[in-house]
Design a protein around this ligand. Sequence first.
Ligand code: NAD
Length: 309
Amino acid sequence: MRILVTGGAGFIGSNIVDRCIAEGHEVAVVDNLATGRRENVNPGAEFYEVSITDADALAEVFVRERPEIVNHHAAQMDVRRSVREPQFDAETNVIGTLNVIEAARELDTRKLIFASTGGAIYGDAETVPTPEEAPLQPVSHYGTSKRSAELYFELYGRLYGMQYTILRYANVFGPRQNPHGEAGVNAIFANMMLRGERPTIFGTGDKTRDYVFVGDVVEGNMLALERGTGETLNIGRGIQITDQEVYDAVAEAVGFSEPPIYGDERVGDVRHSCVDPAKARSVLGWEPTVEFREGVRRTVDYQRERELR
Ligand SMILES: NC(=O)c1ccc[n+]([C@@H]2O[C@H](COP(=O)([O-])OP(=O)(O)OC[C@H]3O[C@@H](n4cnc5c(N)ncnc54)[C@H](O)[C@@H]3O)[C@@H](O)[C@H]2O)c1
């Protein structure tokens, strides 16, 4: 199939590109390298350094590539930046997404897959693990822009019969995650510990997140090529891991023996975030396979290798 991956130079997108190419698909990547890296892009993919906010340039790529599938991962995904610069966040995540959807509609793209978020959309949910039907109460501009983007997919489904699958990810971790940003506590901890620096845990370490390994997320995207049309599906393990457990697992994998620094709780941080993957199991036949500690070991191995390069 001809697949266009937006954000294909980023952490999750580039892992999807690799898998698509390994399975014999023809892949094009659109990425403006805002946070992604050129070296992440598989040499077997056609690369376009284009912003999804540039509707004309994007439309040209679509005309050249005529993708059957669009896998939309490009986004501004820094929660704190979204609060500081809400217009920038909305421009990328709402207008940019609308540009992608419109370009796909013009060319009769068969299906779109959209990377949305669980934690940032459900907010402080009453039910944990949180199912898809739970109230949506984002507590950041990022969560709101992602939800807005979801609404456009739903609208285009109703108006034009557009086929789509929305995947709401838990906290994704694994090789190629950026250790310098706000997201990706595994990568941040691993990077610091490998340099002999003590990471900070904000709060007492009892906040929880649901960590899903990037390889499992890629598998969810592959299954969504043929299944789950018109559905919104959580992609997570449904298992809560505390910040302290993350610290301990990374420290063990690195061989780091110092305790963390405990900092002040950060305003706006959700206390517990964990999604219920039951629907993805039944609709996609998706099953997460990489256990948390194994995922941490693979992430640390990757970071260690990068340090040596
Ligand atoms: N990492 C997670 O835990 C997580 C959780 C939920 C949802 N998501 C979603 O998954 C997707 C990928 O996230 P990631 O973790 O790989 O982050 P990432 O920052 O590594 O990937 C995002 C990619 O989008 C590109 N990009 C940003 N703005 C762009 C623009 N205007 N035009 C073209 N490309 C642009 C970046 O350069 C980058 O390569 C995002 O949509 C994010 O919201 C991620």
